[in-house]
Design a protein around this ligand. Structure first.
Ligand code: SF4
Ligand code: SF4
Length: 495
């Protein structure tokens, strides 16, 4: 059994595991939360729990209502990145003014490791004193009814905000007699996200359209290697700076685990729709996989992959010496990423927070989501991998990346094979094999679809009249013929 097949079976095991993501115990949380409520309402004389339909606690000072406290996940259980709602304790006054928003528990990968407590406290403290009556948006705290999001954890912040505000408004509605301001019907979270990212969506769809056109007309695009090289560099720059650093839309193995975990529960697209750019990218990757394999993502749309490739191109320009492992070592190292993927799948069977820690093997969160703004050892790891890629092309992609390993399963489902080969490839000629920077062409000239990054480098060689021996002899024949055509009329005119 191939390593890829075995890893696929392990992955499927998650699907049939009924409770693969453990939840925290609730009893201890309730006790702690009651203590917090008591601290927030020092004048309280009694509390009245309301069970249904909106579970919350009414806090009294004698007959006078001081406020309400509630867990958001009991009222608005919006799944966050982990596939589970975040348990937040919200306390409000009867007029809708927020007293406190406090995160009690969560399984969010980005919050487990990456976003520290201080950042979280700064985020939740923005709500104190704000009113939920007109809604609260994540549009920057200088705007009315708005707060700042959490850099690198946009979805989590959206879910936190949406579930807290919506739950608060439902509690207020349940006591609407005591409220003298009418509430305004909040748009679904995902709709707000799509409305707020129109420019990003248009730019992304434009980029993807250009990419599809390039791929559909690849035979024409690669005919001029110099032009194609500029085109490719331009697209990689777009991927790094627009998709990566601007949209923070680096797909990750955690996305895949979240999707799979959602399939085991009540599936809803809402959580995936919350990040339009990531949603469109994943949709595009899913479709492109059937037509071109994993290479379209790895070769064109992965920001970290693009950083490595651009660094390697710069290194070539600077004549930095390149190092390749001996073939036998290279072939064994290729298996490493599948081993890492299987280990992560095994951990995912336990819980998302656990797998979140170990998925730090991906430098994506450090390099892209947090733009290197985190502890030095995470940054050193990501920078180290980028530096290695200057003298060993895409070292991380080829040997370590669990997402690349996962996507390489697509070679099992790929419908078409659009990379051209000739009978001479791998027999009398090894030009393409020697040029393939990720070593995806074997000695027989065959392309290993699971390793190919679809960079089209071999296709520029295929059509190159100065590199490919078949094209060289075609060109020479054509030149001889043209020469004869020129000589014959000259001879006739001499007669
Ligand atoms: S192998 Fe990993 S890092 Fe490399 S391009 Fe693919 S997903 Fe990105
Ligand atoms: S050179 Fe060809 S085989 Fe190698 S990665 Fe690029 S497209 Fe794939």
């Amino acid at each position: 059994m191939k390593a890829t097949h075995f890893a696929l079976l392990c992955l499927l095991a998650i699907l049939v595991h009924p409770d693969c993501y453990a939840r925290d115990s609730g009893a201890e949380q309730d006790a702690v939360s009651l203590k917090l409520v008591a601290d927030l309402f020092p004048d309280a004389t009694r509390t009245l729990p309301v069970e249904s339909p909106i579970p919350h606690l009414i806090v009294f000072d004698g007959k006078h209502i001081l406020g309400y406290s509630f867990f958001t996940d009991l009222i608005t259980p919006i799944p966050a990145y982990s596939g589970y709602p975040i348990r937040t304790l919200v306390s409000i006054k009867p007029d809708g003014t927020i007293i406190e928003v406090r995160i009690i528990s969560h399984q969010e990968p980005i919050l487990v490791i990456g976003v520290n407590d201080e950042i979280l406290t700064n985020f939740t403290s923005q709500y104190e004193g704000m009113s939920v009556v007109n809604g609260i948006r994540l549009a920057g705290k200088n705007r009315p009814n708005s707060v700042d999001g959490i850099s690198g954890a946009t979805i989590t912040a959206m879910v936190l905000n949406g579930s807290a505000v919506k739950a608060a408004r439902l509690v207020l509605e349940a006591h609407s007699d005591s409220l003298d301001t009418s509430l305004t019907d909040v748009d679904p979270l995902w709709l707000t996200a799509w409305q707020g990212e129109k420019i990003e969506i248009v730019l992304l769809i434009t980029g993807l359209t250009i990419l599809v056109l390039m791929l559909l007309f690849q035979d024409w695009v690669v005919v001029n290697p110099r032009f194609f090289n500029y085109l490719r560099i331009a697209f990689l720059v777009y991927t790094v700076f627009f998709i990566g650093f601007y949209c923070l839309a680096q797909l990750s193995i955690i996305n895949a685990f979240t999707f799979i975990s959602m399939l085991t529960k009540e599936f809803s697209w809402d959580i995936f729709l919350l990040d339009p750019v990531v949603f469109i990218l994943w949709g595009f990757v899913a479709l492109s996989i059937l037509l071109w394999g994993r290479g379209i993502f790895c070769g064109w749309l992965c920001p970290f992959g693009a950083i490595q490739e651009l660094m390697n191109k710069i290194a070539h320009k600077l004549n930095i010496r390149q190092y390749e492992f001996p073939l036998m070592v290279h072939e064994r190292l290729l298996a490493l990423k599948y081993v890492i993927l299987m280990a992560l799948v095994g951990l995912a069977l336990n819980s998302i927070p656990t797998v979140a820690i170990f998925s730090e093997v991906e430098p994506f969160k450090t390099a892209i989501s947090l733009r290197f703004q985190r502890e030095w050892y995470f940054s050193a790891y990501a920078i180290g991998l980028i530096l290695i890629s200057t003298f060993n092309t895409k070292f991380y992609c080829r040997y370590i990346c669990p997402l690349g390993a996962l996507l390489s399963f697509s070679s099992l489902f790929k419908i078409f094979s659009w990379l051209r080969r000739r009978p001479e490839c791998g027999t009398s000629c090894h030009t393409c094999g020697n040029n393939c920077s990720v070593g995806a062409i074997n000695n027989k000239g065959e392309i290993d679809e699971s390793e190919c990054h679809y960079c089209l480098e071999c296709q520029t060689s295929y059509w190159d009249e100065h590199h490919c021996p078949v094209m060289v002899s075609k060109r020479e024949r054509r030149e001889r013929r043209d020469k004869r055509k020129v000589l014959i009329p000259t001879a006739e005119s001499d007669d």
